[in-house]
Design a protein around this ligand. Structure first.
Ligand code: PMP
Length: 421
């Protein structure tokens, strides 16, 4: 073990890690396309895009160059009262690719803050119009992040249990896979419509809640009902944005234009943290006034960081290259083949696919703490593949530079693991 690994063990507190039993963290020294390289020179295929952030491959030279070039001219500037070209151009470029009507871009730091910002905009927008509306509706099995507002919108889980007393009350709509959120939303609007500040959803995919995929008709139904009732719809595209489900956004698959869209993860190609909340002009106008009290009093030290914006602009350009769309189609086809292979195993249930995201369940315990996921992760690690199942839910979210053969290889590793059971 090199000295710096000993320092990690002695001084670092890792996220989502039970230090009492976790295996030693794998030391990564380099990234190269779809691969990570560890301290011994072993290559690890990153089948989950390092927590779903990487789009075009690790250490992509064009994004790296864009960041380096930006760092030499302007690394950071206060974003209140000041601006810079990377942020202004990125905002315009995002508006160009976002669903219709989303015309204002608010920057923050990560997915959780993008969600906090959307919820705060929705609530304050009502207040600015002289109405007191504070109720948020969200789906069961949703996950929106780890800060308090985002945890409140998330479904109660082992992640939020310790903080339950401090979370705000949310009107919970059924997970579309288990119940009828449209009927529940109809009843909610009928009984408490005047209290509803916003409805927040992860469009088409309840991601961290178990890679649960639901139909476009449900998303359209939620949009129709919220629009008719004049209630803002927040689409949390943190996991689904930037091509993961095929088109640029999951909302595009359903032809839905929300009032607020939360983005992060892939926005910078996975190079730097950046949160983005897009809002309609209509919502923005409820804040624009000569009255300072109506200001959106929210911002972070690094809001609009020029390096992150430069990375995001380059990533977006790569994403808009037709070759990237072709690569995503090829990934989907490779998933189809792979899923068909593993689906024949008796332990595998509910194989499912949404663009470049594939998932299935293992009949071996249930929920995030089911050990089978960690066992598969350890097995795959030994075979040169990075997987991180959500308990008994196995998923692949690869970077777009992965080849169909490499995806086939990941399913091969999963098949070999299943043979050991
Ligand atoms: N929303 C969704 C849909 C997510 O999947 C995540 C992260 N997995 C978040 C929000 C929170 O993002 P972050 O981890 O960057 O705070």
């Amino acid at each position: 073990m090199s000295t710096w690994q000993a320092l990690d063990e002695r001084f670092v507190w890792h996220p989502y890690t039970q230090h009492g039993i976790a295996p030693r963290a794998t030391p990564i020294v380099r990234g190269e396309g779809a691969y990570l390289v560890d301290a011994d020179g072993n290559r690890l295929l990153d089948a989950i895009s390092s927590w779903w952030v990487n789009l075009h491959g690790h250490a992509h030279p064009e994004i790296a160059d864009a960041i380096a070039q930006q760092a030499r001219s302007l690394e950071q500037v206060i974003f209140a009262g000041f601006t810079h070209e990377p942020a202004a151009r990125l905002a315009a470029e995002l508006v160009e690719v976002l669903p219709d009507g989303l015309e204002r871009i608010f920057f923050s730091d990560d997915g959780s803050t993008a969600v906090e910002v959307a919820i705060k905009i929705a609530i304050q927008s009502w207040r600015n119009r002289g109405e007191r509306r504070t109720l948020i509706a969200a789906l069961d099995n949703a996950y929106h992040g780890d800060t308090f507002g985002a945890m409140s919108a998330s479904a109660p889980s082992v992640f939020t249990e310790a903080f339950g007393d401090h979370l705000f009350q949310v009107a919970r709509l059924p997970d579309p896979i288990e119940g009828d959120p449209l009927d529940a939303l109809d009843r909610l609007i009928e009984t408490r419509g005047g209290e509803l500040a916003a409805v927040i959803v992860e469009p088409l995919l309840l991601a961290a809640g178990g890679m649960r995929m639901y139909g476009e008709d449900v998303l359209r139904g939620i949009r129709e009902r919220t629009r008719a009732a004049g209630i803002p719809l927040i689409a949390d595209e943190v996991a689904t944005g930037f091509g993961r489900t095929g088109p640029m956004f999951a909302c595009d698959r359903a032809g839905v234009a929300p009032d607020l869209v939360c983005m992060s993860k892939g926005v910078t190609g996975g190079f730097l943290p950046l949160g983005v909340t897009a809002a309609t002009a209509e919502l923005f106008e409820t804040f624009r006034s000569p009255d300072r009290a109506l200001t959106f009093f929210h911002g972070h030290s690094f809001t609009g960081n020029p390096l992150a914006c430069a990375a995001a602009r380059t990533s977006l350009r790569l994403l808009l290259d037709p070759a990237c769309a072709k690569a995503r189609v090829a990934i989907e086809a490779a998933h189809e083949d792979g899923l068909a292979r593993v689906a024949s195993h008796p332990m595998v249930t509910r194989p499912r696919l949404l663009g470049t995201i594939a998932a299935f369940d293992l009949e071996a315990g249930e929920g995030y703490l089911a050990p089978v996921g960690r066992e598969l992760a350890a097995f795959a690690r030994g075979e040169g593949v990075l997987l991180r199942p959500l308990g008994n839910v196995v998923y692949l979210i690869p970077p777009y530079c992965v080849t169909p053969d490499e995806i086939g290889g990941v399913y091969g590793v999963i098949e070999r693991f299943l043979e050991t059971r």
